[in-house]
Design a protein around this ligand. Sequence first.
Ligand code: FES
Length: 68
Amino acid sequence: MPDRVTPTAVVLHQGRYQLCRCGRSSRGWFCDGSHLGTGLLPRDLVLTKESTVAMCTCRRSHRFPLCY
Ligand code: FES
């Protein structure tokens, strides 16, 4: 395991996204509905232009799955 955990940069197009917060999605960072029954909901993300988004890899971000 690496000594230092860093966020993963992901380039996303303009649009509306539902990001997975439960860790069950088969679509990685993106919700596929597998959260049903967990009590968790996906995090909404709206981008008005193509953006590089920092995704949390340590799972400690209060904005998970987004990094701080
Ligand atoms: Fe994880 Fe929807 S599948 S939040």
